[in-house]
Design a protein around this ligand. Sequence first.
Ligand SMILES: CC(C)(COP(=O)(O)OP(=O)(O)OC[C@H]1O[C@@H](n2cnc3c(N)ncnc32)[C@H](O)[C@@H]1OP(=O)(O)O)[C@@H](O)C(=O)NCCC(=O)NCCS
Length: 101
Amino acid sequence: MMISERGAVGTLALRHFGKVTASIRQVFVHDGARRCGVGSSLMRKAHAIAKESRCQTVALTLAEDNRALMPFYERLGYFPAIQYDDGELVLVHRLDGEDQA
Ligand SMILES: CC(C)(COP(=O)(O)OP(=O)(O)OC[C@H]1O[C@@H](n2cnc3c(N)ncnc32)[C@H](O)[C@@H]1OP(=O)(O)O)[C@@H](O)C(=O)NCCC(=O)NCCS
């Protein structure tokens, strides 16, 4: 969770999914705090924690009706690994060798 002087502005859930992969869910930034870098900061912090835990990849799912958010995830180094029949994508980010992404 990210807290500002106005209270909580963003949340994210990170969990281990097997030994080498972590998963991210519930990325959410308060309406009034969007497009200010909060979501990217939360994601980078999650990457750092996953890396400290020796994870090699981070995965998340993107519903078809959220496809407009692809640029957000692409900027963070995610790429589509699987597409399900319902249009949901599994996006993957490799932590190996990562410094800034
Ligand atoms: C997706 C979300 C977490 C992004 O958080 P944010 O703090 O606004 O994102 P950032 O400010 O770090 O964005 C960084 C860059 O990602 C891209 N980006 C962010 N939101 C975007 C959007 N809605 N559409 C397209 N690109 C987007 C932009 O390139 C942006 O840079 P810019 O503002 O200079 O153009 C936020 O919009 C949100 O909470 N949405 C509702 C919940 C949701 O849909 N969560 C994702 C479920 S998969």
